[in-house]
Design a protein around this ligand. Structure first.
Ligand SMILES: [Zn+2]
Length: 190
C-alpha cells in the first residue's frame, strides 16, 4: 500500500493544534503517524506527559517534538515585580496582632497579578496563590516553586507545602512565563 510522504512535524503539530482533518487520509493508513498525531493531540489537551499506556519511546518522541515547537515559537518571558509585601510594610501601618509567621505578597507583571500568602507552620510552610488581573483562564496556569509543579484547584488556587519557602517562582501558561526571582525570606525586624 502506498501511503505517500509522511507529514512533517510542523504539519502534525499544526493539525493537532487546529483540529484540522487534512491529514486524515494519511493517518488512516499510517500507524506511525497516527500514533504520533494522537500523542500530539493529547499533549495539546494535557500539556504534560501523562500517557502511561503509550510506549515510552513514543512519548519521548512526541515530547521532543512539542519541545522543539515551543522553543521555535515565541516564548514570552516577563519578570514579576513585588508590589506589596506585608513584611516590609511600615510598622505604623501594620495591624496590631498581625501574625508574624504569615506573609502576603503581590507580584505584578504587566496586567497580570499573583497574590501569594505564605504561612510558616510548625511542620513547614504552606502557600496559597492565585493569578488575578487580566487573565482569561486562571486555571490554565501552572506554577513552579522549588522543584514542585503546582496546578490550580477548581477555584483557581495554587496550594502547596514545602519545608522552605521558594526563592524563585515561575508561572506558566501556554508560551507565556512570568518569573519572580530572588525572593528573600529574611524578615527585617525592627
Ligand atoms: Zn506516516
Amino acid at each position: 500500500m502506498d501511503i505517500g510522504n509522511h507529514p512533517t512535524r510542523e504539519q502534525l503539530i499544526e493539525a493537532a493544534q487546529s483540529g484540522s482533518d487534512t491529514l486524515a487520509p494519511h493517518l488512516a493508513q499510517c500507524e506511525d503517524c497516527r500514533l504520533l498525531f494522537s500523542l500530539l493531540t493529547r499533549f495539546q489537551v494535557a500539556g504534560e506527559v501523562e500517557l502511561p499506556s503509550a510506549p515510552a519511546a513514543w512519548i519521548n518522541r512526541a515530547a521532543a517534538i512539542v519541545e522543539g515547537a515551543t522553543a521555535g515559537s515565541k516564548l514570552r518571558r516577563l519578570v514579576g515585580k513585588l508590589t506589596f509585601d506585608s513584611w516590609s510594610a511600615m510598622p505604623a501601618l501594620q495591624v496590631r496582632g498581625t501574625a508574624t509567621d504569615e506573609r502576603r505578597l503581590r507580584v505584578e507583571a504587566e496586567s497580570i497579578l499573583l497574590d501569594l500568602r505564605a504561612e510558616h507552620q510548625p511542620n513547614g510552610w504552606q502557600f496559597i496563590a492565585r493569578v488575578v488581573g487580566d487573565v482569561s483562564d486562571s486555571r490554565s496556569w501552572k506554577l513552579h516553586a522549588a522543584g514542585q509543579t503546582v496546578y490550580p484547584d477548581e477555584r483557581g488556587y495554587f496550594i502547596w507545602n514545602d519545608q522552605k519557602p521558594p526563592q524563585t517562582i515561575v508561572l506558566e501558561t501556554g508560551s507565556l512565563q512570568i518569573e519572580v526571582e530572588q525572593l528573600s525570606w529574611t524578615r527585617h525586624t525592627t
